[in-house]
Design a protein. Structure first.
Length: 508
């Protein structure tokens, strides 16, 4: 007998012999019928891995599925993939790339409070509509001061105010054109542009863009009725926003970012205040050490002190313990739960916890189970996860933290550690960078997942819970192949050709 199934290696439809599928012992096998989620998970005492399951195709869609989702109760994403809070995965570069793609990045906490807050500010300042806290200088500052700020911040124009801060009366503007070739000791009052084109609040981004086009300027200060500087608009940010229409942005057109905190750190409250003041849109409460009374109390403190800021809690690991931990976190106010690897039972953990939280708390689940390919990503969504962490897939990308070296023509990345640079053994240089940029890899994975949704007959991620509850999503259990068959299967190696990812077969 032959059954058609969605395989674990990319969401593609393939033919699988019935001998590799494990039917449930308590029920007769019906050719090609499959089993519902309740039949698969309630008939077993042990947990199931993602690779233990194969989803059967449904009524294939003739159009592309929409993969927009909820990150938390209030935060929406146009792309359901995020980078997790690990020191070898997410800092400002990865967070920027993920936000531009429509996802989001969680900046890790294994650094000082000041360093983490600065990385959050860099993400928020990368692409903004109204820059609400631009760096300013006063008349008596020198050309050396302007050059230093331009080099540190990467900005080309600096507003000049009476007091050298936002909120002071706007008196001029200094750009790189004014500082080029000038003596470093000369004051800005002698070189600044005095006849500055500005907009007066209230003003919309659309009106500001039109004013900049007519005046042929690249920077537009925004002042209040008293002529005091309140914001700055940059044409470069507006041009970038047109190139990335799906990017995750807040109400001020700045990129969204998440930052991690821990209840077990002595400076946890100070860290939370610093990163929220720096502009973090969501907080991630790291509960890897377990959920205790102190963890719940710290979560309640966060909700009381940062009203309007959603909080992701997790990871919760295991199955029974994870459900109990997730309930305690949701009752304390968590807006999303990260589900961990569950010690080899990740499929069971994702299905049971996501269904329980969805029905009782309305809280979305983030699958953070060391996903290794697009097939596992698809299965995590099909079991009820609202979004997924791509930690293992992203740690080899260019945007991931770490230094690079070349060895025998191969580019390697040195290891990172929370306590400083990790020791490198003789002859070993760390993780090889073979995946290129996250801005190329993530769209490739997203397209494979989208095609998998089409094969399953699902229009959106929000259709998954109903399909699971009504039995529209059917699956089979599968056994791992015998060791004797390994040599007969061609290995597949990823190849980066230009900006396209492909694969090629190689027989052992």
């Amino acid at each position: 007998m032959v059954a058609t199934a969605v395989t674990a290696t990319g969401g593609a439809v393939a033919t699988m012999q019935a001998s590799t599928s494990l039917s449930l012992a308590t029920q007769p096998l019906l050719p090609g019928s499959g089993w519902t989620a309740d039949e698969v998970f309630t008939s077993r005492n042990g947990g199931l891995r993602l690779d233990d399951l194969v989803f059967l195709p449904g009524n294939k869609l003739d159009f592309s599925s929409n993969l927009a989702t909820r990150l938390t109760k209030q935060t929406q994403l146009r792309m359901p993939m995020i980078s997790g809070p690990w020191e070898h995965v997410t800092e400002e570069d990865m967070a920027i790339s993920m936000a531009l793609l429509g996802g989001i990045g969680i900046i890790h906490r294994h650094m000082s409070v000041e360093e983490q807050a600065e990385k959050v500010r860099k993400v928020k300042a990368f692409e903004s509509g109204f820059l609400l806290n631009p760096t300013c200088l006063a008349r008596n500052h020198t050309v050396a001061d302007a050059l230093r700020l331009q080099a540190e911040l990467g900005c080309s124009a600096i507003p000049i105010t009476e007091n050298g801060r936002v909120g002071g009366k706007l008196v001029g503007l200094v750009t790189k054109r004014e500082t080029d070739g000038e003596e470093r000791t000369r004051t800005l009052e002698n070189i600044m542009i005095r006849d500055v084109v500005f907009a007066r609040e209230p003003v919309t981004l659309k009106d500001s863009t039109e004013l900049m086009r007519q005046a042929k300027v690249a920077k537009l200060p925004v002042v209040n009725g008293d002529g005091e500087l309140v914001a700055l608009i940059c044409r470069g940010d507006l041009k970038r926003s047109l190139k990335c229409p799906e990017a995750s942005r807040d109400a001020n057109r700045q990129l969204q970012v998440v930052a991690a905190v821990s209840p077990s750190e002595p400076d946890g409250e100070e860290r939370a205040k610093a990163i929220v003041n720096a502009g973090a849109d969501v907080l991630c409460l790291d509960t890897e050490d377990g959920v205790t009374d102190h963890t719940v109390a710290f979560l309640r403190w966060l909700k009381e002190n940062f009203v309007g800021v959603d909080i992701i809690a997790g990871r919760v690991n295991g199955c029974r313990e994870a459900k109990r931990y997730a309930e305690a976190l949701c009752e304390a106010g968590a807006d999303a739960i990260r589900v961990g690897a569950a010690f080899g039972a990740e499929a069971t953990a994702i299905f049971e916890i996501s269904r329980h939280l969805r029905k009782n708390y309305g809280v979305p689940v983030i699958a953070d189970t060391n996903l290794r390919n697009s097939g596992q990503i698809l299965k995590a969504f099909a079991l009820g996860a609202a979004s997924v962490c791509l930690d293992e897939l992203l740690e080899g990308c260019e945007e991931a933290p770490g230094d690079h070296i070349y060895r025998d023509g191969v580019r390697y990345k040195l290891g990172r550690s929370p306590n400083g640079p990790a020791p490198v053994e003789m002859g070993l240089a760390g993780t090889a960078v073979v995946r290129g940029s996250a801005r190329t890899l993530v769209p490739f994975l997203l397209e494979k997942v989208r095609r998998g949704f089409q094969e399953l007959g699902l229009m959106t991620i929000h259709d998954v819970p109903k399909a699971l509850d009504t039995g529209l999503l059917l699956m089979e259990r599968q056994l791992p192949l015998a060791p004797a068959h390994f040599a007969e299967i061609p290995k597949r190696y990823p190849v980066l050709a230009g900006s396209l990812h492909c694969s090629r077969g190689r027989v052992s």
